[in-house]
Design a protein around this ligand. Structure first.
Ligand SMILES: Cc1cc2nc3c(=O)[nH]c(=O)nc-3n(C[C@H](O)[C@H](O)[C@H](O)COP(=O)(O)O)c2cc1C
Length: 172
């Protein structure tokens, strides 16, 4: 086969990804607002790229919803000594029990470097999602979102879209 006849590897454009019915759920928790602000920033980035995304506080999200999404993005603060907040534990176990390698996931969170286990809840989700799902991105932010974190939010979204694109190539 000559060079000119070789198949060209095609990477999907954002339009291709939308055409594959990519549905994104963002599920987050927040007490004092830091993780909420981060969630809203990431949500806006997905929206600006015209992706189909629904945002839920954990209290609004029912286990039965999960089957409607092929991308799930989780946002959490950290509590206790590097622990997952109580309200997120059921969701953690739901994703763990689903064990769905076709599901693209990302996890982000805020924490405080003062604690020995900085963003420990993000680490716990990360380790489980890496084994049970197709983990695409992880993002940790120190307390309140700062201007310099916005580039990291963009990179987080890009990484999720890139992984989703690769999966689409495998399905077509
Ligand atoms: C009792 C308590 C325990 C905490 N434990 C940790 C911890 O182990 N690791 C960490 O990174 N942050 C810890 N934090 C900090 C919070 O995770 C951080 O303030 C976070 O931004 C709060 O998120 P929210 O504003 O979305 O509620 C703790 C805060 C409190 C009040």
């Amino acid at each position: 086969m000559s060079k000119s006849q070789e198949p060209i590897q095609k990477f999907p454009s954002p339009m291709d990804l939308m055409n594959c019915n990519m549905k994104i759920a963002m599920v987050y928790t927040s007490i004092t607002g830091n993780t909420r602000e981060l969630a809203e920033e990431i949500y806006r980035i997905f929206l600006r790229k015209s992706f189909d995304i629904d945002i839920y506080r954990i209290e609004e999200f029912q286990a039965s919803y999960v089957k409607h999404y092929n991308v799930v993005v989780i946002g959490t603060y950290t509590w206790g000594n590097g622990e997952i907040p109580k309200e997120m534990r059921g969701f953690y176990h739901l994703l763990e029990s689903l064990g769905c390698k076709d599901m693209i996931t990302g996890v982000f969170g805020t924490g405080d470097c003062f604690y020995p286990n900085f963003c420990g809840a993000v680490d716990l989700f990360r380790d489980m999602l890496y084994v049970r799902t197709h983990l695409a991105a992880v993002l940790k932010v120190e307390l309140m979102l700062q201007k310099q974190d916005v580039d990291r939010c963009n990179a987080f979204v890009e990484s999720i879209l890139k992984h989703a694109g690769r999966r689409k190539l495998q399905f077509t």
